[in-house]
Design a protein around this ligand. Structure first.
Ligand SMILES: Nc1ncnc2c1ncn2[C@@H]1O[C@H](COP(=O)(O)OP(=O)(O)OP(=O)(O)O)[C@@H](O)[C@H]1O
Ligand SMILES: [Mg+2]
Length: 253
């Protein structure tokens, strides 16, 4: 097989050229980073779990008419996606105060918000992904007013879908981040959900116990990240029977 052309290697994923124009192959690595890559580790099986989980959420979104870049999963670590022009913003939706919002506004983590709050962060590692407002986004041309309206609508639909799915398995969707990209269909352009949706990019708390089942387990050294993600996958029924990362029978020593 001819060597694939590498398009981009990020902290958690690698993008390769896809088999057809306007497609890419997204490879999920086991690398975990936090605090703008100050904290790093390799968590065995994380890539396999995130590939599966992102497939599950994105194909569900596609099926209810929320457009995403997901086309199909290729294997344990790779999926075929539509290439997009990424809007350089992280779109965050919050249902419950946590993380930087709790810190910035002096709110106690776990305080329910009166309504979902949509925030935008400028994607720039060197600046630590700063919070920006609509004024900055439009003035600097990162997105238009129409794009802003479309991004908020898209983000809120993802929030409703994800909140419902999680609620059904006893998990509270505290907040999440998505990336959005532009695709061109002839003269038309539209915005679709890109990148990944996984426990790396969501805050997920068990409704009963409050236990964290997301990347905060890694950020705050709360235990095994693989166990937490495996639990999410298990509850959703998307885990391969043999467990995280193992495609065959377990060897007995
Ligand atoms: N459908 C897509 N088309 C083009 N680029 C995409 C698509 N989906 C995701 N990307 C980009 O691919 C990269 C995925 O790699 P990864 O998440 O590891 O990056 P990262 O280290 O977090 O860096 P970044 O700050 O660029 O997100 C990101 O830059 C993301 O914006
Ligand atoms: Mg990323």
């Amino acid at each position: 097989m001819a060597r694939r052309r590498l398009v981009y290697e990020g902290k958690a994923k690698i993008l390769y050229e896809g088999p057809e124009p306007e497609t890419l192959i997204q490879y999920f690595k086991d690398d975990a980073t936090a605090f703008n890559a100050e904290k790093k580790d390799v968590i065995e099986g994380k890539g396999v779990l995130n590939n599966r989980l992102s497939e599950y959420f994105m194909s569900g979104l596609n099926s209810i008419g929320v457009p995403t870049h997901f086309i199909k999963r290729l294997n344990m670590r790779e999926q075929l996606i539509r290439a997009v022009e990424i809007i350089p913003l992280e779109v965050v939706v919050r249902n419950v105060a946590a993380g930087s919002l709790a810190k910035r506004l002096g709110m106690e983590e776990g305080t329910a918000l009166p309504r979902p709050i949509v925030e935008f962060y400028y994607k720039d590692d060197a600046l630590g992904d700063p919070l920006v407002t609509e004024e900055h986004i439009i003035a600097f041309g990162w997105a238009s007013q129409q794009d802003m309206d479309d991004m908020v609508a898209l983000a809120l639909r993802v929030n409703d879908f994800m909140s419902g799915i999680m609620l059904a398995v006893g998990i509270r969707l505290v907040d999440f981040k998505i990336e959005i990209g532009r695709v061109f269909d002839g003269d038309f352009q539209r915005l679709i959900v890109a990148d990944e949706i996984s426990p790396d990019s969501c805050r997920l708390w068990d409704i009963e116990s409050g236990e964290k089942l997301d990347k905060d387990v890694f950020r705050r050294d709360l235990g095994s990240l693989t166990d937490a993600y495996t639990e999410v996958a298990r509850r959703l029924g998307v885990l391969p029977r043999t467990g995280a990362g193992q495609a065959g029978p377990k060897l007995v020593h």
